[in-house]
Design a protein around this ligand. Structure first.
Ligand SMILES: C[S@@+](CC[C@H](N)C(=O)[O-])C[C@H]1O[C@@H](n2cnc3c(N)ncnc32)[C@H](O)[C@@H]1O
Length: 287
């Protein structure tokens, strides 16, 4: 069984995730989609521009068109975390509508380039249309899985990702792939959902909760161990907790069975606010 996989076979998880994000891409965001952002991954939320600017430290986000910001589904600001420099080659794992690719493109400038990889065809179509709207010549979007990256060995300076690796049924393979494509000394800068301790089985077995960025989340210790096992050094992880209102909104959208499990956990003294959280993670390929 692949890393963290409990919600069904690897193929079932991937199909559920692809269908979920395909529907969001076709709608152009909003609706009953998984809008990460500060209210990360609560199906039913519409991500508004004010929550986007709250999520992103980079003021440049306000200059992006609504077609891009409406499709922001992340849980952090990996571009700011990455401290990009002009001329670098950047890879975005699970690029969605392209928001982080366009922010990264402005940082690396015309001498640099950005590659966004996503496995959902409708999301890639949407990102390519957004690229034309933004006029970001140094960005390209490739259809593919982050477990099997369509990217050459040792070709990337910085790999970023925003609220995606938790969705993978094989996270160890994702980190091995990122290690393969990074140049020696290249860096990883990721925002992702992780947990403090294992999630209840009922949550892990819920495919909707997996697609909503909860059930697939790894325990924080296992997440760091998977990065180190791929060969990375200098791994750092910073926790950001959601506020109680965001948790309440997310919980309101979950199935009664999952909510029941959460209430049981609360009775046992586990606080959801700190049990499932967004983390900023950095690491370096040995060089
Ligand atoms: C929560 S959204 C985040 C999108 C984007 N990073 C953002 O911040 O707006 C997850 C995205 O990852 C893609 N995705 C999920 N699992 C993937 C995988 N195993 N390989 C490639 N893409 C994947 C989905 O299609 C979706 O576009």
């Amino acid at each position: 069984m692949a890393d963290g996989l409990q919600a069904g076979s690897e193929g079932q998880v991937r199909a559920a995730v692809r269908e979920h994000y395909g529907q969001i891409a076709e709608r152009g965001g909003g609706g009953d989609g998984c809008g990460c952002g500060p209210d990360c991954c609560s199906p039913g939320s519409v991500v508004q521009i004010d929550t986007i600017t709250g999520l992103y430290e980079d003021p440049e986000v306000s200059n992006l068109p609504a077609e891009v910001t409406d499709l922001s589904l992340g849980c952090g600001d990996p571009v700011t975390l990455a401290s990009l420099e002009p001329g670098q080659t950047v890879l975005d794992l699970g690029s969605g509508g392209g928001i982080d690719c366009f922010l990264a493109a402005a940082k690396v400038g015309p001498a640099g380039r950005v590659i966004g990889v996503d496995m959902t065809p409708a999301m890639i179509d949407r990102a390519r249309r957004n690229k034309a709207k933004v006029g970001a010549e140094n960005v390209e979007f490739r259809l593919g899985e982050i477990e099997h990256l369509p990217v050459a060995d040792n070709s990337v300076d910085v790999a970023i990702s925003n609220c995606v690796i938790n969705l993978s049924p094989d996270k160890a393979q994702v980190f091995r792939e990122v290690y393969r494509v990074l140049k020696p000394g290249g860096r990883l800068a990721v925002s992702d959902i992780v947990t403090d301790g294992p999630l209840p089985d009922a949550v892990k077995q819920d495919l909707a909760a997996w697609a909503g960025c909860v059930a697939g989340a790894l325990d924080v210790t296992d997440y760091v161990a998977a990065i180190e096992a791929a060969g990375f050094s200098d791994v750092t992880l910073t926790r950001s907790y959601w506020d109680q209102q965001m948790i309440d909104e997310a919980v309101a959208e979950l199935s009664p069975e999952v909510v029941g499990q959460i209430r049981l956990a609360e009775e046992r003294g586990i606080e959801p606010r700190t049990a499932v959280f967004s983390a900023k993670v950095t690491a370096r390929k040995r060089g």
